[in-house]
Design a protein around this ligand. Structure first.
Ligand code: ATP
Ligand code: MG
Ligand code: FE
Length: 349
């Protein structure tokens, strides 16, 4: 059974062919990060227009890589949201045209369900997919999202909590910009932090002691700014002094983010009686997060798993995986499927 997965929710255009919901035959991803970099973030109209020009050639490339024709597809799965409306429209319109022309079923997928299901794909080039373990808790951390989900027996998802303001990746990006480190900020901060002291600066751990599973990162970003201001390090003449402290600033900021993510994820796991913790989204690449969450999970007798880096960031294969699971459970969308910038997480996505 071959699923075509289509992802155009933000600044990656991606098409994938996935067999049986688990084995990747092709996963072609074109990231526009380089084009948006000079604006310091994703420019929605530019993203939509790049999807329009790149979509069909990338689809052709994915089919060629999988060694199949359009007629071999059994299911069309496409991200319906959350995301940028104009960007989503490109993928959804193309998906509907394909479903109609090929007379194949169509499934609209919640983008975050895709991130969760990236954990159940065989790693690229491999044949054996990890068996999902239930009940589990999944932390999805990316540039636009910080959410905890309960992965219930059978594969359904229930939202447990999320950020009330900035996403974790957004905090990395904004702090990196203030430190003059460019965009995207996560990888640079990760690298710098490895040489710094996480205890050098005392940054706040917001909402750590309340009993919700929600997050807040905008105060942390403000605290970093305030520290720079207080020390006079926003003065361009004192750039050298700032630079000397960059590793400590990066390590202290990163640790504040990681501490909250780890504590809330473990609390969620306790609440739902999880056996397993999954990590997903671009920030899942963060080495400190992987390390600290792994240690905390082990201490609680839980396993931690995360997808390989190419499956952590936006890609079509994860949409195919989630779409296939939803389709197996009977989900079908009509040709009147709409995009939704912030859709509810229905029982089957
Ligand atoms: P969405 O939020 O819609 O899923 P996105 O494109 O914003 O999509 P991803 O592509 O999943 O998000 O991830 C990008 C984010 O991950 C950026 O904010 C980036 O700074 C962050 N990131 C990438 N690598 C690391 C890292 N090693 N440490 C921390 N953050 C990282
Ligand atoms: Mg992206
Ligand atoms: Fe994403």
């Amino acid at each position: 059974h071959l699923t075509l997965g289509i992802e155009t929710s933000c600044d990656e255009t991606s098409f994938a062919v996935v067999a049986g919901g688990r084995r990747i035959l092709a996963n072609v991803v074109l990231s526009q990060t380089g084009e948006h970099r000079r604006y310091g973030g994703v420019v929605p109209e530019l993203a939509s227009r790049r999807h329009v020009t790149n979509a069909v050639p990338l689809l052709q490339a994915a089919l060629a890589e999988a060694g199949i024709g359009l007629g071999d597809l059994d299911l069309i799965a496409v991200t319906r949201g959350p995301g940028l409306v104009g960007a989503l429209l490109v993928g959804v319109s193309l998906a509907k045209a394909l479903a109609w022309a090929l007379d194949k079923p169509l499934v609209g997928v919640h983008h975050l369900a895709g991130h969760v299901y990236a954990n159940f794909l065989a790693p690229p080039g491999g044949d054996t997919a990890p068996e999902p373990r239930y009940p589990a808790v999944t932390l999805v951390v990316s540039g636009g999202h910080t959410d905890l989900f309960h992965l219930e027996a059978g594969g359904g998802l229930r939202w447990l909590g999320g950020t009330r303001d900035d996403a974790a990746g957004e905090a990395f990006d904004k702090v990196a910009r203030e430190l003059g480190l460019g965009y995207p900020g996560g990888p640079v901060i990760d690298r710098l932090a490895a040489q710094g002291d996480p205890g050098a600066f005392a940054f706040p751990r917001a909402m750590l002691d309340d009993d919700t599973l929600d997050f807040s990162f905008s105060g942390l970003k403000t605290a970093v700014l305030y520290e720079l201001e207080r020390r006079g390090w926003r003065d361009p003449d004192r750039r050298a002094e700032l630079e000397a402290h960059l590793p400590d600033l990066a390590a202290s900021f990163q640790q504040a983010v990681v501490d909250v993510l780890v504590a809330k994820t473990l609390r969620a796991a306790r609440q739902v009686g999880a056996r397993q913790i999954y990590l997903a989204g671009g920030v899942a690449a963060n080495r400190r997060l992987r390390h600290d969450l792994g240690v905390a999970a082990a201490a609680a007798g839980l396993d931690l798993a995360y997808p390989p880096p190419v499956l952590c960031t936006d890609n079509g294969a994860m949409i195919a995986a989630a779409g296939f699971a939803a389709w197996q459970r009977g989900r079908r969308d009509g040709l009147d499927l709409d995009v939704d910038p912030d859709p509810p997480l229905d029982e089957w996505f």
